[in-house]
Every structure is written in structure tokens, then in C-alpha cells.
Design a protein around this ligand. Structure first.
Ligand SMILES: Nc1ncnc2c1ncn2[C@@H]1O[C@H](COP(=O)(O)OP(=O)(O)OP(=O)(O)O)[C@@H](O)[C@H]1O
Ligand SMILES: [Mg+2]
Length: 174
């Protein structure tokens, strides 16, 4: 059983200087139900590019894996999208695109990361979608796009932002 933990934003707020121009103000969405999450996932899926890194933040049960399932299904994947809670990563090859879906909730430390060979996973070609990225900060590459889920009594608030030119391009006219 997982235990709820607060989720601080892993990156500092935008600063003047390098990188700041690539950050955009977070785009807010209200997702009334699961189908709204899946619709947002479809829109995002069409904008994914090889090598992109996406962080998914939010408490347990916020809808992160639902969003991943929606993206993979939108690209034509019809199999089951398992939550990689224990395996930490689940690979997919869909329509010629390589995906790595990480759930790092249970990642213990850097030693486990290295032993699992995850460092070599980040080849700049696959699309990386990472739940609980704060557990591996310093080990994973910077996010192009960050998505923060907030659980509401009915539905979810979501904020989407970019940190890089690739992320900015992805969210252009979103
Ligand atoms: N917009 C929404 N409104 C209400 N419920 C939603 C919404 N989106 C997804 N859900 C529901 O939230 C539940 C948990 O979703 P999910 O497993 O995707 O969470 P998670 O963020 O991946 O959690 P974990 O951190 O434990 O992996 C599911 O039952 C899903 O149907
Ligand atoms: Mg999940």
C-alpha cells in the first residue's frame, strides 16, 4: 500500500537568464472525470516527439497513469497499460515510437537506479514519461514538459508547463 506524500515542485521558479525563456506559464485545465483526462491525453499524444521527457506530478491516485494510458491508446496501443509500481519502468513500442513509462514511487536510492541500468535508458531517442520524478532528481534528465495534478473532491486540476525549446514547441497553440 502506498502512502500519500506531499509533492513539492522539483524545479525552482523561472529565473532571468538561461532557460527562463523556454519556460511557459502553466496552462491550467479542469478535468471533471476520467474521460476528460483521456481527452487531454489524446491531445498531448499527437504532440510527442522522440527524446521528449515528461514529468507527471501529483498525489497517489491523481490520474497520472490514466493520462499515460490515454496517450498510449491514442497512438494505437490496445494492450493493457500496467502501472509499473514494482518494476519501476514499462517499455512500449507503438507506431515506431519507443516509450519508457516510469513510476519511481518505490525507487529507493541511486544505487538501485544504477543497478537497474536506468542510466542507459536515457538515450535521447525514446519518449520518457515519468511518475514521481522527484524521487530521482539528479538522475533523470530535465523535463521538457511537466504536468502537475491536483485532486479535487470531484475531478482534477492539471497544470502543464514547458522547460525547454522542445517542450515549448510541444505546448505551442495547445
Ligand atoms: N479527471 C479525473 N477525475 C476523477 N477521477 C479521475 C480523473 N482522472 C483519472 N481519474 C481516476 O483516478 C484514479 C487513479 O488514477 P491513476 O491510477 O491514474 O493515478 P496515479 O496518479 O497514477 O496514482 P499513483 O501515484 O498511485 O500511480 C482512477 O480510478 C481514475 O479513473
Ligand atoms: Mg500511477
Amino acid at each position: 500500500m502506498k502512502h500519500a506524500m506531499p509533492v513539492p515542485h522539483p524545479n525552482p521558479p523561472p529565473q532571468a537568464g538561461e532557460g527562463a525563456k523556454d519556460r511557459c506559464a502553466a496552462l491550467p485545465f479542469f478535468l471533471a472525470d476520467e474521460s476528460a483526462t483521456l481527452t487531454l491525453a489524446q491531445r498531448l499524444a499527437m504532440r510527442l516527439k522522440p527524446g521528449m521527457v515528461i514529468y507527471l506530478h501529483g498525489d497517489l491516485g491523481a490520474g497520472k497513469t490514466t493520462l499515460v494510458r490515454g496517450m498510449l491508446n491514442a497512438l494505437g496501443y490496445t494492450g493493457r497499460v500496467k502501472s509499473p509500481t514494482y518494476t519501476l519502468v514499462e517499455p512500449y513500442n507503438i507506431a515506431g515510437l519507443e516509450f519508457r513509462h516510469f513510476d519511481l514511487y518505490r525507487l529507493r536510492d541511486e544505487e538501485e537506479w544504477e543497478a537497474a541500468g536506468f542510466r542507459d535508458e536515457f538515450d535521447g531517442r525514446s519518449i520518457f514519461i515519468i511518475e514521481w520524478p522527484k524521487n530521482a532528481l539528479g538522475l533523470i534528465p530535465q523535463a521538457d514538459v511537466e504536468i502537475v495534478f491536483e485532486i479535487l473532491p470531484h475531478g482534477r486540476n492539471v497544470a502543464i508547463s514547458s522547460n525547454t525549446p522542445t517542450g515549448r514547441e510541444c505546448l505551442k497553440l495547445f
